[in-house]
Write a protein that binds this ligand. Structure first.
Ligand code: PHE
Length: 454
């Protein structure tokens, strides 16, 4: 390959990187986790994790990628001049493969809900049945079948593949620049409505007045894991995007912008969902089904609910697809650079293999739901394994490689390419990367593996 594809504009990079970060993690997972883990306490730890760990890890991944100008696996070997470190990249790419297999399933669920909001099916509640029961049944019925979730998941992954096949500038960048503004506009419309609801104040207090006694090791681990997942850290996504970023860009600045955008959207998703949950007396601790079971009940009760329902599901689909684009891109760049196949063939090959994984996940929720490992379905196992083990592991090893092997002066130089000297606060974050983040995460992972629950 002679000339490497790349992003054409700063706005394009920000749209793509923010598009990768903002996804199901923000709109589907963050609110239900905050709900389950005590609201404000979880959010406080989450924000600290974003600032003290997420931000430096983002610029670290960007810098490694841009230095090596290679895929998420070979970057580690190139920068350290020792191919053994490629193992980190292999774990990262393996992780993203597993995540994509269930991410496509959940995106498929959302498209299913969008479809049934448009046709009105979702809201034809028989008089004899209570709304809560009806929506629970609606979800179970979808989730326990095979064909409908599979077809909708395939639509999701093929739409994504279609963008990736076009390349970085003409595909990833172009469509991120179209989709991200749409996402923000829909978000603002929904938030403004949400602020008019009676439950807004209660929701605000639930989310932003932390009850410090609710902070436990489990809450801390979950909040950090969620922060990494949400920022797309620890699986090669930002290494890959970093490799396409022009040398003019200040990577610290980009890292700041991406973390701020991602955090704002997560908090807003909380402010979008919880006022409705409190206004209509629903359960904030509902879990993964929060947006599929609780929210439709809200839409059913609110004036103009069906329109809001359609907007809301479109919003999540846009967010999910821009994230999936980055997931596929990690695998596409890797296979493309390691083989002689064209980008198009590589993309569709990967879509095919990921779809088989997706099918296994979908079957694991439906016809094969009797297959359980310590009470968890296949999807729940993959989610748990990647979120709590491989993502933190890759994040720690990346910080170690950058600060101990590649070394901080090289990292600093790459971040601005000599554009400016590192300030005191820049040094502070580098020290966190070197001395604080690795041991903290390792201790937390060990605690989790040893089963510290409280
Ligand atoms: N950050 C995305 C989200 O919040 C998920 C993601 C994971 C994206 C891995 C890219 C790579 O939904």
């Amino acid at each position: 390959m002679n000339s490497r594809d790349g992003f054409n504009s700063k706005l394009g990079i920000i749209a793509a990187a923010a598009g990768s970060a903002i996804g199901l993690g923000n709109i589907w997972k963050f609110p239900y986790m905050a709900g389950q883990f005590g609201g404000g306490a979880f959010i406080l730890i989450y924000i600290l994790a974003i600032i003290l760990m997420g931000y430096p890890l983002i610029y670290c991944e960007f810098a490694l990628g841009r230095k090596a100008k290679s895929n998420a696996v070979d970057t580690y070997g190139i920068v350290t001049q020792n191919k053994k470190w490629n193992i980190i990249g292999y774990i990262g790419v393996g992780t993203v493969f597993l995540i994509t297999t269930f991410y496509m399933m959940i995106t498929g669920w959302v498209i299913y809900y969008l479809w049934h909001s448009i046709t009105g099916n979702l809201y034809t509640v028989p008089e004899s049945v209570q709304a809560t029961e009806y929506f629970a049944q609606f979800f179970t019925q979808m989730n326990s079948s095979m064909w409908a979730p599979l077809i909708f998941a395939l639509i999701a992954i093929c739409l994504t593949g279609w963008v990736n096949a076009k390349g970085i500038g003409e595909g990833v960048e172009k469509y991120s620049k179209i989709m991200m503004p749409i996402l923000f506009i829909i978000f603002i419309i929904l938030i403004v409505y949400s602020m008019t609801l009676d439950g807004f104040k209660e929701a605000f207090n639930f989310l932003f007045k932390p009850d410090l006694s609710a902070i436990t090791p489990t809450v801390i681990i979950s909040a950090i894991g969620q922060a990494f997942f949400s920022l797309s850290i620890g699986m090669g996504a930002l290494v890959t995007y970093g490799s396409y970023i022009s040398e003019k860009e200040d990577l610290r600045q980009l890292a700041t912008q991406v973390s701020i955008a991602d955090t704002i959207i997560a908090l807003f998703a909380g402010l979008l969902i919880f006022p409705a949950v409190f206004t209509y007396n629903l359960e904030p601790t509902a879990g993964p089904s929060l947006i599929f079971i609780s929210l439709p009940e809200v839409f059913l009760k609110m004036p103009g609910g069906r329109i809001f329902s359609i907007l809301f599901f479109v919003l999540i689909i846009v967010a999910a697809i821009t994230s999936m684009i980055s997931m596929l891109e990690i695998m596409v760049t890797f296979v493309d650079e390691r083989t002689k196949l064209s980008r198009k063939s590589v993309t569709w090959l990967i879509v095919f293999v990921v779809s088989i994984g997706g099918m296994i996940n979908i079957a694991g929720e439906g016809p094969l739901s009797f297959i359980k490992f310590s009470g968890k379905t296949i999807f729940e196992c993959l989610d748990y394994f990647t979120n709590n083990i491989t993502i933190p592991l890759v994040a720690v090893l990346t910080a170690v490689v950058a600060t101990w092997i590649w070394k901080i002066p090289n990292l600093n130089k790459e971040l601005t390419l000599g554009g400016r000297n590192a300030t005191k606060s820049d040094h502070f974050f580098n020290l966190l990367l070197k001395w604080v983040i690795p041991p903290t995460i390792i201790i937390l992972m060990v605690a989790l593996l040893l089963g510290v629950q409280a």
